[in-house]
Design a protein around this ligand. Structure first.
Ligand code: EPZ
Length: 450
């Protein structure tokens, strides 16, 4: 099948030739920088979008049924959502997206290959493997390769599908997978390490398998619970969501369903840190405090005040209060999320005293450190840990973002730095933050695209 150029929303995300950055942007026609002048405390309300890391998987779950899937609170304007749309349309899905609603129909899927050119833009596309294999008995998906934060293999996805009877051959950079005669077989799968993506791929695959599948040492992220709840609405039989043992009873077919995407806890945590760093008071609308217990506990230790009002979170810092340095260590949920590590490090850079940040999930997730140091931070990395010695002020500088969360950490630093900070390569931000300039600007930040 040829890709219809009219359906490709996001060609800019293609890497430039010879670049080792999978998301590098060869064209600079659209604004590709954000300029921030620091010093304004934030006051106001920020609406929280639906979770990117859930919506991308819900889109893949649509491949499991011929029925219509209708999503609300879907973060459709994100670049990653557009890449996933491009992939699903390539496979033959019909997709309509309007505002924060999305409808997907996978009744006409006629292509079972997820090609390199689309998969290389976004690792989340590996999540089509389980659903395609479960519904159609075969799939060919490009290996996603490494990315800026680490090598990120998919060996556990592959091994677990083999345990369900799939025959898998890696050839010319592709995963060629075929289910046994009669379809995937239920199995008891023990993941050697907690993996969000492997849990999700296998959860989806097992819904249409023959018999019972047990996923042990499964990931427990709120996004996985939300995916599972949507699968249950589609007719799947699942128990144990949110625990480390998930039990799935395979069914012969699934139906369409309506589902509202869970609020983005990483976006929520990011704006919590923004409010804490700048001072003032911010209401985060339609957030879920209970999904952020580890991050909230750490924030409270720094001296920030947090309140809950229904589904809203109000975060404020007393004028003149200097936040206290704390130690953090990233862990699978319910531990401290790796996707908030860079943002917390930006905050620690200006705290009283020192803090230690230990990254246990990804091997190379400190690329924001040299950039923060260019802004006057005092951070040294020792293996998987970084010592952050708080300084009294940061200074604006021209900085370069290497991945989504590193980029937003630089925006946060810019909000409190003296003078102007220019963050280059904002297409990273557009992969995961809807209208960040509008949301921060609406609360008084001096921020614009350039
Ligand atoms: C998801 O990635 C998220 N991405 C990441 O968010 C997040 O950082 C990560 O989970 C951890 O919370 C999406 O949901 C699209 P993993 P995923 O499998 O599923 C190793 C962001 O900024 N591993 O839980 O790819 C892996 O290398 C992004 O929004 C294997 O060794 O993460 C890592 O060290 C970045 N073999 C660890 O497990 C495998 O087969 C956890 O990765 C799979 C993973």
């Amino acid at each position: 099948m040829q890709i219809d150029p009219a359906n490709i929303w996001d060609k800019e995300a293609l890497p430039s030739q010879g670049s080792n950055d999978m998301n590098a942007n060869p064209k600079a026609s659209a604004p590709d920088k954000i300029k921030v002048i620091g010093g304004n405390p934030l006051h106001g309300t920020i609406p929280i979008s639906g979770a990117k890391n859930c919506a991308l998987k819900l889109m893949c779950a649509s491949l499991l049924t011929e029925g219509d899937m209708h999503f609300e609170n879907s973060p459709n304007s994100l670049r990653d959502m557009k890449s996933q749309t491009e992939l699903l349309e390539y496979l033959g899905c019909k997709i309509t997206a309007r505002g924060s609603s999305m409808t997907i129909n996978a009744g006409g899927v006629n292509e079972l290959t997820a090609p390199y050119d689309i998969v290389r833009k976004m690792r989340g596309s590996i999540l089509v493997l389980g659903p395609l294999l479960a519904r159609f008995g075969e799939a060919r998906v490009s290996l996603p390769g490494g990315c800026a934060i680490g090598t990120r293999p998919v060996d556990m996805h592959i091994k677990a599908l083999e345990e369900m009877g799939a025959e898998i051959v890696l050839d010319e950079g592709y995963i060629n997978a075929r289910a046994p005669q009669g379809g995937l077989q239920g199995a008891k799968i023990l993941f050697p390490k907690v993996s969000v993506g492997a849990t999700e791929n296998l959860l989806m695959a097992a819904t249409l398998a023959k018999g019972t599948t047990i996923l042990a040492n499964a990931a427990r992220e709120p996004e996985i619970i939300d995916l599972g709840e949507c699968l249950i609405k589609m007719g799947a039989k699942i128990e144990g969501l949110g625990t480390d043992t998930i039990r799935i009873e395979g069914v012969s077919s699934l139906n369409g369903a309506n589902h509202s995407v869970v609020p983005d806890r990483i976006e929520t945590g990011t704006y919590m840190v923004a409010a804490a760093m700048t001072g003032g008071s911010v209401r985060l609308q339609n957030a879920r405090l209970e999904h952020l217990s580890a991050a909230v506990g750490h924030l409270a230790q720094t001296g920030v005040e947090l309140d809950q009002d229904g589904q809203d979170i109000i975060i404020s810092r007393e004028t003149g209060l200097r936040l206290q340095g704390i130690d953090i260590m990233t862990e699978p949920h319910p531990g401290f999320p790796t996707d908030l590590q860079a943002q917390f490090m930006a905050m620690l850079a200006m705290c009283e005293g020192a803090g230690m940040v230990t990254e246990t999930i990804f091997e190379n997730r400190f690329m924001h450190v040299p950039e923060l140091n260019r802004m006057g931070a005092n951070i040294t990395v020792h293996g998987h840990s970084a010592i952050v010695r708080g300084v009294s002020k940061l200074k604006g500088a021209e900085v370069m973002a290497t991945d989504l969360r590193a980029s937003v950490a630089l925006v946060l630093a810019g909000l409190v730095a003296e003078g102007e900070t220019t963050i280059n390569r904002i297409y990273h931000l557009e992969r995961g933050y809807e209208d960040i300039v509008g949301k921060l600007g609406g609360c008084g930040a001096n921020i614009r695209k350039a």
